[in-house]
Design a protein around this ligand. Structure first.
Ligand code: COA
Length: 470
């Protein structure tokens, strides 16, 4: 049969397509930037027709309908990345959470979760009958190889991308044509603190480096500081809008890459229309499944790989917490460890963990003596090399425990240094700094104590007095 006839024979309404979902099924749905909202809406509207259907979802940018009270007994959610839409449900036990390195997720879904049905979003077919997974190839494309039923929302707004991102119309069970703009993640304004972090990170980046950048304001702040660099490469699981101007200007040109030479490699693109327009029909950008993009061995094949990721907390030994706050799941490990390890294994590679020195509007330090009880270590201390805040850079690899702690204290916000100095002394039974070294920091510390508020100021005064008495 001609592909057009095959396509036509599979074209149905969303209501017809979802009849292929049976009670008790496991269903995997596409990642945020390729989430098949049109088909999901039909499922939610008809929820009473379904019983005990488990949805597996990596990340949604909208509300998560599956955890609404009325869905109980009809749909349940197993998510692979916590977000605003499901954090509370995970904590309350109303939603399951599966933890995994991102590069393993295709295998985890295929061989451990074992969904029967996959629901994805694709571009309209090209003249040869191939649809593109566009912005979201990641784990999504692979599900069409093993799921018994594959339903695709065909959306004219989905870009057509290069790489390992296409499938023939014969590989799907049903197509549902629903055109709707893709969800967008717009750039947020870069704060002064983030700009300083960007400057510190950029000081570790050299001409010819191959970068992995996460999403959010810190990667964008790093991008803003790369305009004097040359011949950068990009091999990243996800990118946002921040990279587009650098790509268009040829600052990122992938010229010195060893793999996918001359091409940007991504697993997914999570930005605004600006990014989607850039990757659409652009042969210099390749999207590949995440078990290739995030595989540390593949990452390491590019020389001078530099990974830049963010975190929530670092202890004085360099253990990094990025996805939990105490017992609460905040996000997920994503590709952080994949890229930290890939960059470490790459010839000339470097891994950077970058974060503001404080959280909660300056009320708490992200650098702490002990990680919060209940938190999980995301990146183990032996994997961590550079930790960056707005106060500088701590280089940890090859350092003794005392050297690590001292380096981290020096990039802590000054108002929290007294507390860490006291904790250092308790732990190592000696002062971290000589009297002369301490004196250099005292003015700075004092200035910040005066800026602090109420209870916190009193606590800081106490700590300050204690270190003066040492
Ligand atoms: N204790 C308590 N709360 C903390 C905290 C801590 N140690 N650190 C941060 N927070 C709070 C912040 O104050 C903020 O809350 P608020 O908005 O109420 O003030 C919230 O947690 C989010 O912190 P923020 O640093 O602004 O988050 P972010 O959006 O920049 O994301 C990570 C940072 C670490 C959560 C994110 O990068 C992530 O999930 N990383 C893991 C996955 C990864 O690295 N993937 C690879 C690249 S895609």
């Amino acid at each position: 049969m001609d592909w057009k006839e095959i396509y036509k024979s599979k074209l149905v309404t969303a209501e017809e397509a979802i009849k292929a979902i049976h009670n008790g099924d496991k269903v995997v749905v596409g990642l945020a930037c390729g989430e098949p909202f049109g088909i999901e809406r039909a499922m939610v509207e008809n929820y009473q027709s379904f019983k005990d259907v488990q949805i597996t979802s990596m990340l949604t940018l909208g509300d998560s309908p599956w955890i609404k009270p009325e869905m109980k007994g009809h749909f349940s959610l197993n998510c692979l990345f916590a977000s605003q839409s499901n954090r509370r449900a995970i904590s309350n036990g109303d939603c399951e959470f599966t933890t995994s390195h991102f590069y393993e997720i295709p295998d985890i879904i295929k061989n451990y979760i074992c969904p029967r049905v996959s629901i994805v979003m694709v571009s309209p077919p090209d003249e040869h009958g191939y649809v593109s997974f566009g912005t979201s190839v990641d784990f999504t494309r692979g599900t069409t190889d093993y799921c018994e039923v594959v339903i695709a929302q065909v959306n004219k707004y989905m870009p057509r991308t290069f790489g390992n991102s296409i499938k023939h119309v014969r590989d799907f069970t049903y197509f549902v044509e629903i055109d709707e703009p893709l969800p967008e993640v717009k750039d947020v304004e870069i704060s002064d603190i983030e700009m300083k972090i960007g400057i510190n990170c950029a000081s570790l980046i050299k001409d010819g480096d191959c970068l992995q950048l996460g999403i959010g304001s810190i990667p964008n702040a790093v991008c803003a500081q790369l305009w004097d660099k040359k011949d950068l490469g990009l091999h990243s699981e996800l990118v946002g809008d921040g990279v587009v101007d650098l790509l268009e200007a040829g600052i990122i040109n992938n010229k010195r890459k060893q793999t996918n030479h001359g091409r940007t490699v991504l697993g997914a693109a999570l930005g605004s229309k600006k990014l989607n327009d850039y990757i659409n029909n652009n042969p210099s950008v390749e999207l590949h499944p995440i078990d290739y993009v995030n595989n540390p061995t593949e990452i390491s094949k590019n020389d001078n790989m530099v990974s830049i990721n963010s975190c929530l907390q670092v202890d004085l030994l360099g253990q990094v917490v990025s996805d939990t706050v105490g017992l609460n799941q905040f996000s997920a490990v994503g590709g952080q460890v994949d890229f930290v390890r890939g960059a470490t294994m790459s010839r000339g590679g470097r891994s950077i963990i970058a974060m503001p020195s404080t959280a909660k509007k300056g009320l708490i330090s992200r650098i702490v003596p002990l990680i919060t009880e209940g938190s999980a270590v995301t990146t183990p201390r032996n994997d961590v090399n550079f930790v960056v805040t707005e106060y500088g850079i701590a280089q940890l690899k090859g350092k003794t425990l005392k050297e690590r702690a001292r380096a981290l204290i020096l990039i802590t916000h000054p108002k929290f240094r007294p507390h860490l100095i006291i904790e250092y002394k308790k732990r190592f039974n000696e002062d971290p700094f000589t009297k002369e070294e301490l004196k250099e920091q005292l003015d700075d510390i004092k200035k910040h104590i005066d800026e602090s508020v109420g209870e916190l100021r009193e606590k800081l005064h106490e700590d300050f007095k204690k270190i003066l008495n040492h």
